[in-house]
Design a protein. Structure first.
Length: 94
């Protein structure tokens, strides 16, 4: 995951940073929390049965739980594809 412009401790490419910026914009416009979208996105792939996010405190654990509970309408994922934030062929949560 891109954090502060880093992926696996190296600078993220301009292409990756552009995708991150687009996803941030799509989330903002649609009123969707980016953390919730990031944690729920893998469930679009039928083979994914669980996601285990890291947490270094009880507060972060609670944020993760809250993010999993956010109801994200399927129209958000459609818009993210149209906006170019995610690939048009990417499986998305239903």
């Amino acid at each position: 995951m891109a954090t502060l412009g880093l992926i696996e401790y190296a600078d993220a490419s301009p292409e990756i940073m552009e995708k991150v910026a687009q996803l941030q914009t799509t989330c903002l416009v649609n009123g969707v929390d980016m953390q919730a979208a990031a944690l729920q996105f893998p469930f679009g792939q039928k083979a994914v049965k669980s996601v285990i996010p890291g947490a270094t405190s009880i507060a972060e654990l609670q944020q993760n739980v809250d993010a999993f509970r956010v109801d994200i309408d399927s129209s958000f994922w459609d818009m993210a594809k149209i906006d170019g934030a995610i690939d048009l062929m990417a499986p998305t949560p239903e």
